[in-house]
Design a protein around this ligand. Structure first.
Ligand code: GAP
Length: 455
């Protein structure tokens, strides 16, 4: 083989690999620039995270796939991008002002605040040097909405909320969108955007954050069709998570028991992922009935019911909601992809086994020597027109391959001294480490087949 090859083939198969520890993932994410603490130089701020150059590509890939599948490929779903701050009455109507709270307790000794339903997980009281447990107050309800003030002068200012879920504008915009986009039920409105919750105990890396993104879709249908559409969207959303590459044995649907249902929900099923810390929800599919449209009709005084043109029947549509946490799904993708592999020679390598659709960098271009960098730069420029490409000419080729394995780059293209004569490059595949000699002329097609093919 002309380009530097890997020392040995992998020993362990990809199947049945063990979950990797969260600490390893968190430090790799920071070191490689996927995700790290917000305002890190000031010590971070609990519950807030920044996505670095690789993280933003990963997240954008996920959002683009969701948008493609939920909006672009369908004639019955349209998209919007609504404001984060809505009229405060919105949150009275939605029930968030009265109901969106967690029970909270304070410790009288260390003054820390905890969720009353998570006390089993906490350690000894920090003010007692591990000698005693905390001394808790009685539980009180703590509203999770983040508040802000609008208006320049104190007199004119008005309390408003940063939205705790992205979907409410899909209900308040329902009439405008239906009429302007000339949609008839059944149809859906979709949105991706930031949501904010003043979580009492943010934890598990980005899993429970105070600022996060949701990708939500509200599907409006006739009351007689709600069960049919609930089942349709349950299955469709589970399939999406398989299609982005999550391992089938690490995702499942979990229906909610009646006593778990949110105040608006008639039925709900979660898509749960097997994180290293537990099975936990990454997406919810909810039958919200006519709760939201009826409440907004009541609070705004604007009639949000519709009339069937043929039968003249007047009714308020029922709503099936799909609500994916973008950050939680990114975290699931990272946990699922991270693998430690022992090679035949006993060495180990860290590999992020992202599906090519999700991988932040699709191809790395690696000239064998800086001396032939100019020709490699031309290949890099050609590939950049199609994909996110990483160019690296520093250091030993084996180490450069390992760096790409660690960030999940599916293909490395190596330009070597023979490339000058035979006009071919070596393409090395991440998972198998197999190498192929490919004509430069056909390189884009070769990579496109493998990166964008059906599998
Ligand atoms: N509109 C319905 C709704 O917001 P939810 O179950 O509260 O329902 C939907 O949230 C999704 O949003 C969850 O499945 C989760 O992926 C994500 N999510 C909720 N709270 C979150 C938090 N504090 N941090 C990160 N993601 C969160």
């Amino acid at each position: 083989m002309a380009a530097g090859s890997d020392s040995t083939a992998p020993e362990a198969s990809e199947q049945g690999r063990a979950p990797v520890a969260m600490e390893k993932l968190v430090s790799l994410c920071a070191a490689r620039g996927f995700i790290f603490a917000s305002s890190e130089i000031y010590g971070g701020i609990n519950g807030f995270w920044d996505y670095g150059p690789l993280g933003v590509e990963l997240k954008n890939n996920l959002k683009a796939l969701w948008w493609q599948r939920m909006v672009r490929e369908r004639s019955d779903v349209v998209g919007v991008d609504a404001s984060i701050v809505a009229h405060p009455r919105t949150w009275e109507a939605s029930g968030h002002v009265d109901n969106f709270s967690d029970p909270m307790v304070d410790c009288r000794i260390c003054k820390k605040r905890f969720r009353a339903d998570q006390l089993d997980d906490i350690g000894p009281c920090s003010a007692q040097k591990g000698k005693a447990e905390c001394d808790f107050t009685e539980p009180r309800n703590f509203n999770l909405m983040l508040q802000t003030q609008i208006g320049a002068s104190a007199d004119a200012s008005q309390t408003a909320y940063l939205r705790p879920e992205t979907c409410q504008s899909l209900f308040t915009d329902f009439k405008r969108v239906r009429e302007s986009a000339r949609q008839k039920i059944p149809f859906g409105i979709a949105q991706i955007g930031k949501a904010f919750r003043n979580e009492i105990t943010p934890r598990n890396f980005t899993f429970r954050s105070r600022e996060f993104e949701q990708a939500e879709m509200e599907f409006f249908c006739h009351p007689s069709e709600r069960e049919k559409w609930f089942e349709y969207w349950r299955a469709e959303r589970l399939q999406f998570h398989l299609d982005i590459g999550l391992s089938p044995d690490r995702i499942q649907n979990r229906p909610h028991d009646d006593d778990e249902l949110a105040h608006y929900a008639k039925a709900a099923v979660d898509v749960d992922f097997h994180f290293p810390f537990d099975w936990q929800e990454i997406e919810g599919v909810h039958d919200r009935g006519d709760w939201d449209l009826s409440r907004h009709t009541e609070y705004s005084g604007k009639d949000l019911s519709i009339t069937d043109e043929q039968t003249k029947e007047k009714f308020t549509p029922m709503v099936i909601e799909t609500s994916m946490g973008v950050d939680r799904t990114c975290l699931a993708l990272l946990c699922d992809a991270l693998d430690e592999e022992t090679l035949e020679d006993g060495e180990s390598r860290t590999v992020m086994r992202f599906h090519p659709r999700i991988a932040p960098v699709k191809v790395a271009v690696l000239p064998l020597s800086k001396k032939i960098g100019e020709a490699a730069r031309e290949i890099d420029a050609t590939l950049r027109k199609h994909w996110n490409v990483f160019y690296d000419e520093a250091g030993n080729i084996g180490r450069r391959y390992r760096r790409q394995d660690e960030i999940g780059t599916p293909f490395c293209v190596t330009y070597d001294f023979e490339s000058e004569d035979d006009k071919k490059v070596t393409v090395r595949e991440r998972d198998t480490m197999n190498q192929d000699r490919v004509p430069i002329e056909g390189l884009v097609d070769y990579l496109r087949d493998r990166l964008e093919g059906d599998s």
